[in-house]
Design a protein around this ligand. Sequence first.
Ligand SMILES: [Fe+2]
Length: 161
Amino acid sequence: MNNYQRPISNLSDESALAITSSLNNLLANEYALFTKTLNFHWNITGPRFHSIHEFLEDHYKILLSVMDDVAERVRILGEVPHGSVKKMGEQMDIKESDGMNMSGNEMISDLLTDHVKIQSFIKETISHEDLFKNDPGTEDYLVGLLQKHEKMSWMLKSHLD
Ligand SMILES: [Fe+2]
């Protein structure tokens, strides 16, 4: 084993840095979506208050667990996950929303857009086969995460159909 390999992942520094940089970008977007989902859970009003309030609670709990897993994946690869709101803010691509004056459907539709955006980010990331040929663990994790977002997207979309 040479100096450039990491004990757990056995990746080169270059590969580990490229993958964890994508994971940290993903973490910032999961953080943005978690925060927005939590905020909409708090601020939803209207005739479907109870069901949407509870539904969004299920989703923000899933997203909290997703953030934990993405951050721990960064640690497994030997790097440091974003640890401050400032860092998250600098790297998030998802547009924040205070949820004011939004109907339930507008909130659901906004969240759906964000989930699909994260799905596109994951698909783009795993399309770099050369990057993941020595890291099937992270690739498999990302495929599983993509499926989680697709399922949440389906649930959101079903409210709008
Ligand atoms: Fe709550």
